[in-house]
Design a protein around this ligand. Structure first.
Ligand SMILES: O=C1C[C@@H](C(=O)O)NC(=O)N1
Length: 460
């Protein structure tokens, strides 16, 4: 496939040729052979989003999501790699549970990683022998699945993961700093009053301190407060922010009701703005969705009984592109937050950048217009979105390693590919060999060996 006259994130206009599963050339006036030619004039071509935090719910909760529905949702939202979390049933805490999930994930339309989790019953020997994406999210307080662990087990897990060369991702909330007096309330805001901003700051600080003692680096999942982000950043740790913590606040809870309950919860508007500032200025490393689908029927309960979590994998990049279109974020920042930085932090050297030889994980978007998000048009099993009616820029085409995973002419005419994604930590599947033979076969040298990204594009 040859994309002609595409605008890259940095504003340069380039042709991008895909051959097999790789980007074969990035240049000007590349000659078209007998491949498919896509006129990308006036459109943006971006590296596919790497969403390092999704809950695709299988095994056990396929009424909320499956690998098929979740990955279709991902592809339609421009996400080319997803990383699944361990709070399924069985929880992914031993070799057998990892293997079971790995088999289910083979149905994914996009590339994927599988995280392993930690509970008192975990089997580190078996689990860490598997091709984990990371160990995490390690829950420091209970959330969906009740996998909260104490400090000793956390320190233990950190040592084991460090020995095995595996990164640890942390759900940082400290239940001892929850506000028990909020328990008397029954309004939707009670959850935010209960799981305090301080509970996040305390937990991030403790996790970073323990990581420092062990002599390792951790990644803080879904930081929701400027305090949490600043503590992580000062300690030299990476962190992610979700689109909902970036764009929604406690002011939205009267409308969202119990659907707006998640962990960590929405924060005050002033805090949200300071989180946004840190996303925009590069303090935050990446956007990850914490795509955590629960059905409307399940969410339609009291604030103390509703499950925590909101869907987001299909709307994240489209919402960020709308922010870029409005000038609130640069396209380069969006590229770094969604692709280049997650690839760097989690060591995916073939992904996250439009550069020769990299995986052809690409998203084509037309930023000339936006359209409103409608739950009824999304592809997740989750039948609602916290962003109903928000304006967004949806992809026209998503390529996963050169295969068209999603394409549409308009909202009513869309197709999904039938090629399955790969586990990004799998070894010996021929991908390395394939890359070598392909670049050897790539006869047309590019006039533009420069990557779309400068090497120092990582803000930290
Ligand atoms: O940590 C989590 C877990 C997630 C889920 O439902 O799995 N939902 C959340 O809101 N936060």
């Amino acid at each position: 496939m040859l994309f002609q006259n595409a605008t890259l994130a940095d504003g340069r206009t380039r042709d991008v040729r895909v051959r097999g599963e790789r980007i074969d050339a990035v240049g000007e006036d590349l000659e078209a052979g007998d491949e498919r030619v896509v006129d990308a004039s006036g459109k943006r071509l971006l590296p596919g989003m790497i969403d390092t935090h999704v809950h695709f719910r299988e095994p056990a909760f396929s009424h909320k999501e499956t690998w098929v529905t979740g990955s279709r949702s991902a592809a339609a939202g421009g996400v080319t790699t997803v990383v699944d979390q361990p709070n399924t049933d069985p929880p992914t805490v031993d070799g057998a549970a990892f293997d079971e999930k790995r088999d289910l994930a083979a149905q994914s339309l996009v590339d994927f990683g599988i995280n392993g989790g930690v509970t008192p019953d975990w089997d580190p020997d078996e689990l860490l022998a598997r091709p984990l994406f990371a160990l995490g999210e390690v829950f420091l307080a209970d959330s969906t699945g009740d996998m909260g662990i104490d400090t000793d087990l956390f320190a233990d897990a950190l040592e084991r993961a460090t020995e095995a060369g595996v990164t640890v991702t942390v759900h940082a909330e400290d239940a001892t700093a929850f506000n028990e007096s909020a328990r008397e309330r029954t309004d939707a805001d009670a959850w935010s009053a209960y799981r305090t901003a301080r509970a996040e700051e305390v937990a991030v600080r403790r996790a970073c301190h323990i990581a420092d003692e062990v002599g390792t680096r951790i990644h803080i999942a879904h930081t929701s407060t400027p305090e949490g982000i600043d503590v992580a950043s000062a300690a030299g740790m990476s962190c992610e922010v979700t689109p909902h913590h970036m764009l929604l606040s406690r002011n939205d809870l009267p409308e969202l009701g119990t659907h707006g309950r998640m962990n960590p919860p929405l924060r005050r508007e002033k805090r949200r703005q300071r989180v946004y500032d840190r996303v925009a200025d590069g303090t935050v490393d990446m956007i990850a969705t914490d795509h955590a689908p629960h059905t409307s029927e399940e969410k339609d309960a009291s604030i103390w009984d509703a499950p925590s979590g909101v869907p987001g994998v299909e709307t994240a990049l489209p919402l960020l592109l709308a922010e870029a279109r409005n000038g609130d974020l640069s396209y380069e920042r969006v590229r770094d937050l969604t692709a280049a930085n997650p690839a760097d932090v989690f060591d995916l050297p073939d992904k996250g950048r439009i550069a020769e030889g990299n995986d052809a994980d690409l998203v084509l978007v037309d930023t000339a217009t936006t359209e409103p998000i409608r739950a009824a048009q999304l592809h997740t099993n989750c039948d609602w979105t916290p962003f109903e009616g928000w304006e967004a820029v949806f992809p026209e085409m998503t390529l996963v390693r050169g295969h068209v995973a999603y394409e549409r002419e308009d909202a009513a005419t869309e197709t999904f590919g039938d090629h399955h994604g790969q586990c990004v930590r799998d070894q010996g599947d021929g991908s390395v060999d394939a890359a070598v033979s392909e670049s050897e076969a790539g006869e047309t040298p590019s006039d533009d060996t420069e990557s779309d990204e400068s090497p120092d594009s990582n803000p930290e």
